[in-house]
Design a protein around this ligand. Structure first.
Ligand code: NAD
Length: 297
């Protein structure tokens, strides 16, 4: 159900007027959020009203400071990983790739960690919060693939090979409390250090050079389009403030409310898949319906 209109927020425009304004500002930097992967079967954290709908995700401090939290994380992640690694790009991911090729999109900055923009073939996608398909050793810095770690996790925890009833947003799934202490967590092959997914957890920090790159990419673009994000996380919301500081137009496509609705120049209440396909149609770019094979890590 769509939320009731907020009297303070920028009024939604009809699609045609929204697209005209958007295309006049091209090339656009597109900031994407979990809503873009909803069509790939990966759930969002917040609903359309911006309300949190699941248990809190792990923080950086909990992961690094508490062995039980690490067992909980890796146990749940072992269950959820097959669904994330096997997900296919949504119609929105594929449309964004076409818009990138057509020069309408300059860069895609994604808050998602699922690599679905790259699996769809986008070449200018930046993983703002990192990527789930890689693992980093916190001691020696060695990077390795999540797929290889999955094999090690299942070798030492064969009981974790079972179907999951409900996938959670960051690729984890429900694990019963009493099962947490049974989870064995492998260490780095090279130095026996602590392994962590190459993602920025809540409470962690994004590398400075990544932020600088994104800020410059926005400056070099004609405007900002935010797609499928509640913008409740500051690292995403900050892009909207940068756009306003740079006097660049801000466009938002979201079927629900976002934190930056009052800053937006134009808003469209729509889901990502039909909205972007309508934009492709407006540009006479054919919609390509073939799925792209999942990336192998
Ligand atoms: P969010 O869960 O806070 O908000 C999701 C937004 O998507 C909501 O505003 C909702 O209205 C919108 N939405 C729902 N269905 C949609 C659709 N079909 N089309 C367009 N929009 C739709 O997500 P967020 O703003 O991305 O921030 C949450 C954080 O969670 C990010 O930092 C990200 O790292 C992480 N996350 C990642 C994934 C992933 O990798 N797929 C999934 C969930 C959360």
């Amino acid at each position: 159900m769509l939320s009731p209109p907020d009297p303070k927020r920028t009024d939604d425009l009809p699609r045609e007027r929204f697209f005209s304004a958007l295309l006049a500002a091209r090339p656009l930097l597109v900031l994407t959020g979990a809503g873009v992967s909803a069509g790939s079967g990966i759930p969002t954290y917040r609903d359309r009203q911006g309300v949190w709908r699941r248990s809190d995700p792990i923080t950086h401090q909990e992961f690094t400071g508490d062995p039980r939290q690490r067992r909980r994380y890796w146990g749940r992640s072992t269950l959820g990983w097959p669904a994330v690694s096997g997900a296919y790009p949504s119609r929105a991911h594929r449309a964004l790739r076409e818009l990138e090729r057509a020069g309408v999109v300059s860069h895609i900055v994604t808050q998602n960690v699922d690599r679905l923009h790259q699996r769809a073939g986008s070449e200018k996608a930046v993983d703002l919060h990192g990527r789930l398909d890689r693992v980093r050793c916190l001691s020696c810095g060695t990077m390795s693939s999540r797929a290889a770690l999955q094999a090690r996790l299942l070798e030492v925890n064969p009981w974790l090979q079972r179907p999951v009833s409900a996938l959670r947003p960051d690729g984890d799934a429900d694990l019963r409390d009493e099962e947490i202490d049974r989870v064995t967590v492998p260490a780095c092959d090279a130095c026996d250090g602590m392994l962590m997914p190459d993602v920025v957890f809540f409470g962690g920090s994004i590398p400075r050079d990544r932020i600088r790159f994104c800020e410059e990419a926005l400056r070099d673009s004609g405007g900002l389009l935010v797609l499928g994000s509640s913008l409740q996380v500051y690292s995403g919301y900050r892009f909207c403030r940068w756009a306003k500081r740079n006097q660049q137009p801000l466009f938002i496509i979201n079927p629900g409310t976002t934190r930056a609705d009052e800053l937006a120049d134009s808003r469209l209440s729509d889901e990502a898949d039909p909205a972007l396909e309508a934009l492709l149609a407006r540009l006479d770019i054919p919609t390509i319906h073939t799925n792209t094979t999942p990336e192998t890590a």
